[in-house]
Design a protein around this ligand. Sequence first.
Ligand code: ADP
Length: 481
Amino acid sequence: MFDKVLVANRGEIAVRIMRALRELEVSSVAVYSEADRRAFFAKYADEAYELGPSPPSQSYLNIDRIIGVANLSGVDAVHPGYGFLAENARFVERCEREGITFIGPSSQAIADMGDKARARELMDDAGVPVTPGTDAAGDDDLIDAANDIGYPVIVKPSAGGGGIGMQVVERREEMAEAIKTARSTARSAFGDDAVYVEKYLQDPRHIEIQVLADGDETAHLGERECSIQRRHQKVLEEAPSPIVDEEMREEMGAAGIAAAEAVDYENAGTVEFLYSGGEFYFAEMNTRLQVEHPVTEFVTGIDIVKEQVRVATGESLSFAQNDVEMRGHAIECRINAEDPLNDFAPTPARIEHYRSPGSVGVRVDSGVHMGYTIPSTYDSMISKLIVWGRDREEATSRMRRALFDYVIGGVTTNIPFHKALMKSPDFVEGRLSTNFIENHPELFDEVSAIQEKERDLSEIFDDRKSRAAVAAAIHHRDSSG
Ligand code: ADP
């Protein structure tokens, strides 16, 4: 086992990884930016080093500085978490050169899967079903291909991620303009303007397979459904998927394993599929730990981060495929500092009051605390609220209760949005698609009703305010009486 591992990330995922390291009795090293001087993860680590100013280019994306700390502190390995350098093949190569173990796949597997157009080709060759579509090509070829595939189509950056730059095209006449937009967005976001075209699937469901590989064996831990998305970004995930039965799980699991083996994948990864019209299609592979990994941990009992560390030391997976069983149901709500009624715009602020839920079947992965100011420099996630129940119904009612229990004062959050979702009959029935939020505008009326009610309640509960209200009432009575 390693003696010391550097966690090249921040926030909740840094804490999550350090907790696994603590269980494995491995020392942890944190790196943090100026904005994160007071963050919990930097205090939780056994050692912590400041990287520099807050912009990621000068801190969490600064390979030289991170490698510098790794060498200075004498770590055996680096865990990248998700985002930042997690899927950066150059960083992995640098670790390989410096003799530092990267807790993740090889730079080659990252590069193969990082180019989405190339990944589609590799998957097709490996017999994994892919969405009808093209390779990256010139404008005219893309337009011809789109005409053949039939509209609507989706234009996607090859180097894409986070839903950035994707353009849905309904009509032939809009194609040239959409390609132009996609290319220019891709150029500024990824420094690469290659784009390709796929058939746009109607109301698909996003279902993904968690894989873990140790170099000899590749196993899958079943699926997660992540159809509830805003701007193509996940907000709620669950395991298992309400529509996947044992037979489909086996089929998708085998496709996930085939996808991973096609690039000699090692460590943890996720093969994402879109499911539409009774068929599933490969969308992409995320070559890293994912935000939503806890729902799989809840239903399988397997600690994915510990498996990652174990595999990176050269050990085998601690379980065999036959041991994997999905028990019960888990749901994760991403709790973000954002305003659901203002197009989910970020609302970073100071957390004036904080009480997180607990009790049976509840897990909160967070990097925040009372008095913590959410920086505006990074993403808006505050925490992840994850619940387990014996079945989906119990998990849903437990999530309702946990959301009720969760108090985050001083910050506008999406908790009211999750509360509204938990009440939505289509959600409760498991009728999901990636267009769920667009197709349910009534959710926002519910959010505004919930916000109003909570404002009233907080006035009653907020001592200072209620005392002021009583004083004002007395004053009013006295002066008018
Ligand atoms: P990214 O890597 O940018 O996150 P993905 O390829 O994973 O992009 O797609 C993100 C989301 O965009 C999917 O979960 C789905 O909601 C939507 N999407 C992507 N491709 C298609 C498609 N061919 N048809 C319909 N929706 C799609």
